[in-house]
Design a binder for this molecule. Structure first.
Ligand code: PLP
Length: 373
């Protein structure tokens, strides 16, 4: 089957090996004659799948024992609502770092439940960038500090997970939306209290949200959620019931297990990260040396997985996208809020896809731009 290269921001393409395994294993799990979607979620066969997926997550990310891996539903937007409902202290204060589209959405969702303070300033001139941590104003009595590790829409990524000790706020838990970059490279999770990611970009399909909970920092066993929080969205319930408080998305969990096994076969997160660095570098080098394309993000925080660029003559965008589609390069249109073009280079996008896109960008520049000058 001929498949296009899908540069969409998610749901993302899956590796063909994973799709093939899924098509066999999902239908007849371990010769049981049962499809995975038919297995009782508390039965031995499905419990093995959950345990293996948790172990793979922990070993690939090098998680210390203090971390619990949990699986929930409701996507990252669901997490935006349940984080305040679960993690606010009595004073109901939480701080947010706003760096783009998704972190702004997280902050506005939290406003429904919490006293929200935006701890950083967004630079208003020059290239898009993230204000340095030393300039953030984090309240000393905040329940947590929320940030988005990779702004999928804006193409802005934190190179390092911030350390708040430098500003005297080291005891405040970090809560991180890593929906678009978890498992794309090695990250230091030392200061993280809770991290969440929808699976549909780098590690599977829609319907599953992966949560990494650092029990040393966030004690969900003794802290229950607000009474208004639906029981199914209580971290405590998820934790005490091994992510089976209600029926989990069984097929989505199997898909994530297969994706994590694929990442292991590729050499693990460090190896996948190196590959992702190379793909991003090829794109940014090309854009920076071109007369037609431009990127508006400071090099210190350009995303490795969502490469946003503009065509300087924006009236050429439609032709660019049509030509790309004819070449099997699909879903490149930027998010409506920022426009332009966006190439999402998640784990499953091979270098071959990037090279094919660069070929097209180069040809387009020669044909449409130089001819017009
Ligand atoms: C960084 C980030 N956060 C949140 C979301 C929303 O995720 P979901 O649709 O799973 O709620 C997305 C989706 O693109 C995202 O990229």
């Amino acid at each position: 089957m001929k498949r296009p290269f899908n540069f969409g921001a998610g749901p993302a393409q899956l590796p063909e090996q994973v799709l093939r395994r899924l098509s066999v294993e999902a239908i007849n799990w371990k010769g049981s004659g049962m499809a995975v979607a038919e297995l009782p979620h508390r039965g031995k066969l499905f419990q093995e799948i959950i345990e293996e997926t948790k172990l793979l997550t922990a070993s690939l990310l090098g998680l210390p024992d203090s971390f619990e891996v949990m699986f929930m539903q409701g996507g990252a937007r669901g997490q935006n609502a349940i984080i305040p409902m679960n993690l606010l202290n009595e004073n109901k204060k939480c701080d947010h770092v706003v760096t783009g589209f998704w972190s702004r959405i997280s902050a506005s969702e939290a406003l429904k439940y919490a006293n929200v303070w935006v701890a950083n300033k967004i630079p208003t001139t020059g290239l898009k960038s993230i204000q340095t941590v030393s300039e953030w104003e984090v309240r000393p009595d905040s329940s947590y500090l929320h940030l988005c590790a990779n702004e999928t829409v804006d193409g802005i990524e934190f190179r390092e997970i911030p350390d708040l000790t430098a500003i005297g706020r080291g005891t405040i838990p970090l809560v991180i939306d890593a929906s678009s970059n978890l498992f794309t490279r090695k990250i230091n999770l030392k200061n993280v209290g809770l991290l969440y990611a929808g699976a549909q970009k780098n590690i599977g399909i829609a319907g599953l949200t992966v949560i990494l909970l650092n029990k040393k920092i966030v004690d969900v066993e003794s802290q229950d959620c607000l009474t208004i929080c639906p029981s199914v969205f209580s971290y405590r319930n998820a934790f005490l019931n091994n992510s089976c408080y209600n029926t989990p998305p069984t097929l989505a969990i199997l898909t994530t297990k297969l994706m994590l096994e694929w990442i292991s076969e590729m050499g693990g997160v460090a190896a996948v990260g190196e590959q992702n660095e190379k793909k991003a570098k090829a794109m940014y080098d090309f854009i920076d040396n071109s007369s037609l394309y431009s990127n508006d993000v400071d090099a210190s925080c350009r995303s490795l997985v969502n490469i946003k660029f503009f065509i300087k003559q924006s009236n050429l965008e439609t032709n660019f996208l049509l030509g790309a589609e004819e070449r099997g390069l699909i879903n490149l249109k930027g998010h409506p809020s920022v426009g332009g073009i966006r190439a999402s280079l998640y784990n499953s996008m091979p270098m071959e896809g990037v090279l094919r896109l660069l070929d097209w960008m180069s040809l387009f520049e020669k044909e449409y731009y130089y001819e017009a000058h």
